[in-house]
Design a protein around this ligand. Structure first.
Ligand code: HEM
Length: 432
């Protein structure tokens, strides 16, 4: 995803798509799926210019900023019902992400916002700084670090343990559960039954484990002395008619892991590569990393991620026929039942909303960033989640001699072409 050289001019994707679809209607979407992995920028550039809302027999692809945000804002029309059959059975019950404007979504999103407040950011940054520095100190004498396995993953599992308040039997098991479930949720468009079965098996193990942690915490008097999110959840007493039980708490705790781990590791990997590919930007980011106020550094982080977002599209199912982009030349009828892919990665290159999209600019207003979603399902973990990514990258950039390595070492190695598993970077003066 995003590692192949990309030519940024439109070069006939639509013609090739249409020629293939004419021979076999399902061949077109398969061709698109391949390009979406490796040539998303030129593909989206051409679609934005020539066919901003592309209807295929398998899905409708939406690429312009106003249309992507129209999809994400209108939760009653563009629903998350497609997630339910994947995620709910894995965790054993409904999850806020799989429920549209229901009482469950309203209540639990509100509660989880309280549990993950912006005030936690300094504490999360301090935890990340300590953990990242330890990993970097250990790697520096070797002159290289695997950003995925030696930095981003250990930082994220430490955040799970110390801030969210739970570990797996091992960090590797925690990561395996999360990977299996998220693969089924986001990278199984074709509905492969083996991927789904692996997610269910991982979910059973994970939920048994988390229920055990909750029971231990209850036995420990609710662990009121602890300051983590799990303890906050167990210690929250709501009035009778609003009360929630440990089953709901444990499902929301699972959501902490599932919302966070792959997104944070993937985003960190992608954006570091984008920063290091641009020597001038890298130098400016290092200067900003040395400032006590992280505002300017954060702008570098989110702008770098725009050039290769980990999550490029957000999927929805159209509940009833809707005229998308009504009253514009792009106006398109989306029939009920359509799988709609809102291409946030494309929207962030739409020059009508993001001026000079091909330039790295740190002065862009926050509303142009869609990394944490948009509308009713926007990320509930945005504050701590953003802090983890930014502080991990900041500690890394403060190390001298940080650089990309030549292939094959410097290549991002991925599982299923999606999830980063390894990405070696050079550190210090050693040119190995
Ligand atoms: C503390 C860490 C995190 C937690 C606990 C978390 C949790 C969640 C939850 C529960 C939702 C669903 C909200 C709803 O349905 O109303 C969500 C949505 C989302 N999150 Fe996060 N998340 C975290 C970090 C991240 C990170 C690091 C990213 C990417 C950089 C991210 C990107 C998103 C996106 C794009 C959505 C929207 C999904 C959609 O609309 O279908 N999250 N997150």
């Amino acid at each position: 995803m995003g590692d192949a050289p990309q030519h940024l001019t439109a070069d006939g994707y639509l013609d090739r798509y249409e020629a293939a679809a004419e021979r076999d209607p399902m061949r077109g979407p398969a061709l698109l799926a391949g390009w979406l992995r490796t040539e998303w920028r030129p593909l989206f550039a051409e679609l934005r210019a020539r066919r901003p809302i592309l209807r295929t027999p398998a899905f409708t692809l939406v690429t312009r900023f106003p249309d992507v945000t129209e999809v994400l804002q209108n939760g009653d029309i563009f629903t998350v019902s497609g997630y339910a059959s994947r995620l709910d059975p894995a965790v054993g019950g409904p999850v806020m992400l799989t429920r549209d404007g229901t009482p469950l979504n309203w209540r639990e999103k509100g509660l989880m916002q309280v549990m993950l407040p912006p005030e936690d950011v300094p504490r999360v940054r301090a935890l990340v700084a300590r953990t990242a520095d330890r990993a970097l100190d250990a790697a520096e004498p070797r002159g290289r670090i695997d950003l995925v396995g030696e930095l981003a993953r250990p930082v994220c599992t430490t955040v799970c343990a110390e801030y969210f308040g739970f570990s797996g039997p091992t960090p590797e098991t925690l990561a395996r559960w999360s990977r299996a479930i998220i693969t089924d949720l986001t990278a199984n468009l074709a509905g492969d039954p083996e991927i789904h079965a692996a997610s269910l098996a991982a979910g059973r193990e994970m939920m048994d484990h988390l229920r055990g942690v909750a029971a231990e915490r209850r036995a420990d008097g609710g662990a009121a002395h602890r300051q983590d999110v799990f303890a906050r959840l167990l210690g929250t007493v709501l009035p009778g008619e609003l009360a929630w039980d440990d089953d709901r708490i444990v499902i929301n705790v699972a959501g902490l892991l599932l919302g966070f781990l792959e997104n944070a590791v993937g985003s960190t990997t992608h954006l570091v590569r984008q920063l290091l590919l641009r020597p001038e930007v890298h130098r400016a980011a290092v200067r900003a990393a040395n400032e006590p106020d992280t505002t300017e550094f954060d702008r570098h982080v989110w702008e770098a991620l725009r050039f290769d977002p980990f999550l490029k599209m957000i999927s929805r199912v159209c509940a009833r026929e809707h005229v998308l982009a009504a009253g514009t030349p792009r106006e398109t009828v989306v029939p009920a039942g359509t799988l709609v892919l809102a291409a946030v990665a494309s929207a962030m290159f739409d020059e009508t909303a993001v001026p000079e999209p091909d330039r790295f600019r740190t002065d862009r207003p926050p509303h142009t960033r869609l990394h944490f979603g948009h509308g009713p399902h926007a990320c509930v973990g945005v504050h701590p989640g953003a802090a983890v990514i930014s502080e991990t990258v900041r500690r890394l950039l403060l190390r001298p001699g940080l650089r990309l390595l030549d292939p094959p070492d410097g290549t991002v190695v991925r599982d299923r072409d999606v999830f980063p598993d390894r990405f070696w970077l050079g550190l210090g003066g050693d040119e190995r």
